[in-house]
Design a protein around this ligand. Structure first.
Ligand SMILES: [Zn+2]
Ligand SMILES: [Zn+2]
Length: 105
């Protein structure tokens, strides 16, 4: 289910010739055509800048990845090249919250 980004009403697909537009059923606002569903932007409070970085993992870049364990939306990631040349590099994720680590090909 998609909700209107303007009023929060229900968005229904409407056929407009060859294209399908997503139009809000209550205010008529047509959201931009997107294949992916609306991404909810998390309001992240700025962390304190003075933070002693002890663990190496904390300097890894963070991405929007849902932890399969605790459903936290942020994870560190890094990539490793496997030995076999025909294999793609493996991406590892580590949850910023619970520390759960998983990988993706
Ligand atoms: Zn609306
Ligand atoms: Zn987690």
């Amino acid at each position: 289910m998609i909700f209107c980004e303007r009023c929060g009403g229900m968005v229904i697909p409407k056929n407009d010739g060859s294209r399908t537009k997503l139009v809000c059923s209550s205010c008529g606002y047509a959201s931009k055509e997107k294949k992916e569903s609306l991404v909810l932007k998390e309001k992240v409070k700025p962390k304190e800048k003075i933070e002693v970085v002890e663990k190496k993992v904390e300097i890894l870049p963070k991405v929007d990845q849902e932890c399969p364990k605790c459903k936290n939306k942020k994870a560190f990631f890094w990539q490793l090249q496997t030995r076999a040349a025909d294999e793609a590099e493996t991406t590892f994720y580590k949850c910023t919250k619970c520390g759960h680590t998983w990988r993706m090909y």
